[in-house]
Design a protein around this ligand. Structure first.
Ligand code: IMP
Length: 422
């Protein structure tokens, strides 16, 4: 196995960072292919918590080269701040960190537009406010700034002017917000470009060359399949391809395939922001899970909504990303609960669905819940109680792929491998 993709199999926050970090030990390259600093990948090393937003989670491994590929929307200022924090712990040279010259730049205007829309528009999504949607909009509208433009004053000014033609009107007439002038924004971005220059490169050819020479590549997804722009619970989604398909457009693979597509799934469900969540628990158990699981967004600090494991959504994520195995995370959070349920199907307008699909009206879904035997495991060894074994088997039987990893805490040592990877 030479390539592996880590894909969120729910609405994000499944614990992808810690699995990437752990598998980083065995890999040569860790590649981000979509999203931006809306991601918050938490890793705990020696009891110290590190949250990564744009840097690939391989950055904490000296053996790994971290790549930010062209499918990413890149926020240069936040990136340099994050890099400075990481550099206080581990040395990062340009040999170990590569940024695609063709990644799309998030500008101040994107952030202001994101915030203005969330504040005023009737289509509130509950975004992270990082300018992700507006940056991807400019990319699709063919007027985005690319990272290479940060190194070229003329191109930068020209493109900023084009991108402001319509936005200037929106800022003034629709949202009444003050924004920096084009010249101010250009100077800010050029100064950032100077600092980024040593890391900027053609990551596509670099990846191609490394993969052809037999290097092991891990593609690190951000968010989750249910937030995918095409596969997710539209319109309450992010603006990128969070499913495994995003690897091919956002980074590229040499042989047209990713050998293992590892879906990360929490033992229950969480969601931040607006949008349907059929298994949401609105009573005291939901609050208990939220507290035990410390379910607060790593990027925005917002409380995450909590619910039972949603098998129709998980089955769908497995199909939509052709997942080959699962990592089941935060199992410890459910251990000791008096009641445990899973959702086996949805009822929508008198029909029963045991697997979601694009466009299924999740807002109208009533979950068909099944009580399962609660488990109370201490996780001192890799042998589990029969109740936990049943819980894992129920998931495997429902989705048809194995649970290859079980994580019962945030630390590297709290993760069990039932299958070998890379
Ligand atoms: P955006 O990506 O900031 O545009 O936000 C769109 C939706 O995706 C919102 O519901 C966010 O809460 C959600 N979202 C974006 N990034 C993450 C993440 O890393 N984890 C969980 N939810 C996220």
């Amino acid at each position: 196995m030479n390539s592996l993709a880590i894909i969120g199999a729910q609405w994000g926050d499944e614990g992808k960072g810690k699995i990437t970090d752990l598998l980083g030990e065995k890999t040569d390259l860790v590649v981000r292919f979509q999203g931006g600093n809306n991601a918050g990948h938490t890793i705990i090393v020696d009891e110290e918590k590190i949250v990564l937003h744009q840097l690939p989670s391989g950055i904490l491994r000296e053996n790994c080269v971290s790549v930010i590929a062209h499918g990413v929307v890149f926020e240069p200022e936040a990136f340099l701040e994050e890099l400075a924090k990481v550099e206080s712990k581990i040395k990062v040279s340009p040999e170990r960190l590569k940024i695609s010259l063709n990644a799309t730049v998030i500008t101040t205007y994107h952030k202001i537009l994101d915030a203005a829309r969330e504040g005023k528009s009737s289509n509130k999504i509950g975004t992270t406010g990082k300018g992700i949607g507006p940056a991807y909009e400019d990319k699709a509208a063919r007027r985005a700034l690319k990272v290479k433009d940060l190194l070229n004053k003329e191109a930068l000014l020209k493109k900023l002017k084009i991108s402001m033609e319509e936005k200037g009107h929106l800022f003034k007439e629709v949202y009444s917000v003050e924004v920096p002038s084009i010249e101010e924004e250009a100077l800010r971005l050029l100064a950032l470009g100077d600092k980024l220059a040593p890391y900027i490169t053609d990551t596509f050819s670099y990846l191609d060359k490394e993969a052809r020479s037999g290097k092991k590549v891990l593609f690190e997804g951000a968010q989750g399949v249910l937030l995918d722009i095409d596969y997710g619970s539209y319109p309450y989604v992010t603006s990128s391809s969070t499913s495994a398909a995003g690897v091919f457009t956002g980074a590229g693979t040499t042989n047209g395939q990713v050998d293992e597509r590892l879906g990360i799934v929490k033992a229950y469900t969480t969601r931040v922001g607006e949008g349907p969540m059929p298994t949401e628990i609105t009573d005291a158990i939901g609050v208990e899970i939220q507290k035990i699981g410390n379910e607060f967004g790593a990027t925005t600090g917002r409380k995450r909504r909590c619910g039972w494991l949603d098998l129709p959504a998980l089955k769908y994520a497995v199909k939509a990303s052709s997942l080959t195995s699962l990592a089941l995370t935060k199992v410890d959070v459910l251990s000791g609960l008096k009641t445990l349920k899973v959702c086996e199907a949805y009822e929508i307008n008198g029909k029963t669905y045991d697997c979601a699909f694009p466009g299924l009206d999740l807002e109208e879904a009533t979950p068909v819940l099944k009580e399962v035997k609660p488990f109370n495991d201490k996780f001192e060894s890799e042998s589990y109680t029969s109740e936990l074994q049943e819980y894992i088997k129920l998931i495997e039987d429902a989705v048809g792929i194995p649970v290859g990893i079980v994580a019962f805490g945030p630390e590297r040592k709290q993760i069990h491998f039932r299958k070998s990877y890379l």
